[in-house]
Design a protein around this ligand. Structure first.
Ligand SMILES: C[S@@+](CC[C@H](N)C(=O)[O-])C[C@H]1O[C@@H](n2cnc3c(N)ncnc32)[C@H](O)[C@@H]1O
Length: 289
């Protein structure tokens, strides 16, 4: 795959329906297209971050969160959500805050960011398990979460890290299922943990306010042979979220990660008949009643 060369920013760039022939990193900091509220359910932007007059309190910042943090959320995705679903002064909570991208975007937009993680990377982030937040019921105006997508990244040594739970785990458990027992789904421990996180997000969110969850499906190739395990994490989490919230919309966010730039991955995907992940889901939900 030949990366698309850098080109002059187009005023329509970054809007769904506009030109999209970007490669990640193809636009230099300071030369990125300005952010506007996107109007379709297909989102793409040529960079992980946007240029801001003041981001995270830093004047002239070209980054939110940490570009070197493996698994960081594209900050412009959070920007889109906060622009649409929050007002100045609102409390925005991220229970799996990682490098603190949500805090920086919230500060940038005049909202109050609240970040939690098992492995805090900055003093503003409080150490807590996302399943048990030290936060009062119905006290925040927006929740954003970008959870681990199964075991694809080693976030920390904390045994409570949900990134240690395999969404593709086969339900053998060492014993045979009784005739009348219901089938155990694949990756049960991962989905049970995520249901606790989703329930906790519901608890702390005020009524009639919004929740955004950003996630990708996963595929694990079986070494040495064709095929592997597909983990439909997006559909599974959407169905859990529906039990707590009213669905508002589903957005497909185009991915520009480093793996998608590697020719050998594309060759393997074609020869061994699997797909590389080309998009993330962004689920938007509303708490009602
Ligand atoms: C995809 S990353 C979040 C990235 C973040 N939004 C950013 O932009 O940097 C997932 C995060 O979930 C955290 N995590 C995993 N299990 C957790 C748990 N039980 N409670 C709180 N945080 C957890 C990991 O430490 C990791 O930082």
């Amino acid at each position: 795959v030949t990366p698309t060369p850098p080109r002059k920013p187009d005023p329509r760039d970054g809007r769904s329906g506009g030109p999209r022939a970007y490669a990640r990193g193809g636009v230099r900091p300071g030369k990125r297209p300005p952010l506007r509220v996107f109007t379709t359910t297909l989102w793409e932007y040529p960079s992980q971050h946007y240029d801001s007059a003041t981001s995270g309190g830093v004047v002239g910042s070209t980054m939110q969160g940490d570009k070197d943090y493996t698994g960081a959320t594209p900050s412009w995705v959070i920007w889109q959500l906060l622009e649409r679903y929050t007002r100045k002064g609102d409390r925005v909570l991220d229970p799996m805050c990682g490098s603190g991208t949500t805090i920086d975007v919230a500060t940038d937009l005049g909202r109050v960011g609240m970040g939690f993680d098992l492995q805090p990377t900055r003093p503003e982030i409080t150490r807590a398990d996302a399943r048990e937040l030290p936060v009062e019921n119905e006290s925040v105006d927006f929740v954003f979460v970008d959870p681990p997508y199964s075991t694809h990244i080693d976030y920390s040594d904390d045994p409570r890290c949900i990134g240690k739970l395999d969404a593709g785990e086969q339900p053998t458990g060492g014993r045979t299922r009784g005739r009348d027992e219901p089938p155990v789904p694949m990756g049960q421990a991962y989905y049970e943990a995520m249901e606790e996180v989703i329930g906790e997000c519901h608890r702390v969110l005020k009524n009639r306010r919004y929740f955004g969850l950003y996630v990708s499906d996963s595929f694990r190739k079986t070494k040495g042979v064709k095929g592997g395990t597909f983990m439909p994490i997006g559909f599974e989490l959407f169905s859990i979220m529906r039990d707590y919230f009213k669905p508002v919309d589903i957005v497909a966010v185009v991915r520009h990660n480093a793996k998608l730039q590697r020719g050998n991955w594309h060759k393997a995907a074609e020869e061994q008949n699997f797909f590389l992940r080309g998009f993330n889901y962004l689920f938007v939900m509303k708490k009602e009643g």
